[in-house]
Design a protein around this ligand. Sequence first.
Ligand code: KIV
Ligand code: NA
Length: 275
Amino acid sequence: KTGRVSVPQLRARKGLEPIVCLTAYTTPMAQRLDEHCDLLLVGDSLGMVVYGMESTLAVTVDMMVNHGKAVMRGSQNACVVVDLPFGSYQGSKEQAFQTASHILAETGCAAVKLEGGAEMAETIEFLNARGVPVMAHIGLMPQQVNTMGGFKSQGRGDDAAQKMITDAKAVAKAGAFCVVVEGTVEGVARQITETIDIPTIGIGASVACDGQVLVTEDILGLFSDFTPKFVKRYANLGDSVSEAVGKYAEEVRTRKFPSDEHCFGIAKKGNLRAV
Ligand code: KIV
Ligand code: NA
């Protein structure tokens, strides 16, 4: 083993082989994903996917720390990045550093991700200069659900496209080592990817990006409360769970489970204690 993929290694992948990313929240899933992914993102999407929340807004730093630790325990190859949750970094660059340094120290992850373009550039520069690598996130920013009025694709129309390109340039100039580009049209994603010198990681942003990320539970069919257009299903594990649990329930009710092979055996008379 050569250790984990590092932040500089990921940054250096610009224009080379596509970067493979998925979200991870737990140890057993991280163990599986680590065999295939360059980067595991402990996304604040866990609020919706794991905790059943309607948005990511109520996710706490403690939740991110606990899931970050779980993902670190389950992986040894991938670079692990943990999301800064809503309200834990937007107040000031000092607040952002306090939250981010706490997350790095507690989990051992390599970097944090935060949402925002030009308005977060100063914060990105502040963190990066102080030992906290930052993955930026522009375009559709789920923590902005209330200002957007829902989860809507971004960068449509000349002004909106220009704003996204300006945001991408700003986060790259500020020292972000890569940037998630979410929910936009191919033309914008392509222009951003061709313009900036750090990798773009697309989610609903076309094949023009330098890498791709999706929510693991979405591609496995384990989360169907809300499925964006850009999700591709690679398995239907939710159906497998229903089928397996249905069989178990049936066997418990009919006393078919547990049978002898799943028991410690039948007690000899002498081993029985009077109750
Ligand atoms: O929270 C998350 O999972 C994310 C990715 C989908 C980019 O931010
Ligand atoms: Na997120």
